[in-house]
Ligand binder design. Sequence first.
Ligand code: IPM
Ligand code: MN
Length: 346
Amino acid sequence: SDSINLAVIGGDGIGPEVVAEGLKVLQAVSGAKVSTTDYDLGARRWHRTGETLPDTVLEELRGHDAILLGAIGDPSVPSGVLERQLLLRIRFELYHYINLRPARLFPGVSTPLDVAKVAPNGIDFVVVREGTEGPYTGNGGALRVGTPHELATEVSVNTRFGAERAVRDAFARAQARERKHLTLIHKHNVLSYAGHLWRRTVEEVGQEFPEVSTDYAHVDAATIYLVQDPSRFDVIVTDNLFGDIVTDLAAAITGGIGLAASGNINPDRTTPSMFEPVHGSAPDIAGQSKADPTATILSVAMLLAHLGRHDEARRVEHAVSADLASRGDKVRSTTQVGDAIAAGVI
Ligand code: IPM
Ligand code: MN
């Protein structure tokens, strides 16, 4: 169709600044009529009204084609309140069961790795992080809090349904890529029950994808591979918490958190998917036009691809790639980076 009806949640800290640049690039590239609705959610709203995500707002979000989110979280709000009641609530309520996080080292981007030595074939993989289960469900509790006998549990919830839909999505993505390789990351030597569920699911769903090769890495070993042999990865599938951790490391080896994009996706399309940079709200540099909007702009490319606008998505990626290649050590403001990329999409 020729319109994009977007819900925008700038959020906290640098969120609104990077989102503005993402929208700038979206307007520049898209032949569609882009209409946006801004939602004032995050720390400011919470301080003012005590609200995190009113039900009425959640319902309104459902009416959009997609959601663009900047960042959520502020040191003035108790840890976990906005994360759980706002960000995770959206992911859960809108069935964002695929948290898709590409890790690609663009030409000219510096990385702490000695690429010539450890990644001669480049770095280009994608993490399919399960988005609605694992230890993120809030299924836990505490007893005798504040006493020497305090006890806390944090239960990791893994359903066959949840693992299977994530694994099938990961296989399909691997099938569509050149190398057709899928790695399951888990920790089945200790987390035997969930590990067994995930391994069997990969084995069984794998029957549907005979062209896709598979292997397995424990999450601790995977952190070594990511630093010493990242070229081995093509598609990674993993649970919500392992996925959270390995995608920060994946960002660190591909130019840093300023470049890492993500999509919280409902592949069934019964609800809008939500696109956001992997980074947080960075309150220390908020309001100074210092944040790199590239991660948000690459998230916009993912948004366009999700809406089937593949040509526009590619043009955004090319513009980012060209900008990264010529970036060098120049220090540019948030808006300068956005302007340069927006100028490059034509
Ligand atoms: C991320 C973030 C979130 C997560 C937090 C803010 C809840 O770290 O998107 O990776 O853990 O998923
Ligand atoms: Mn994270």
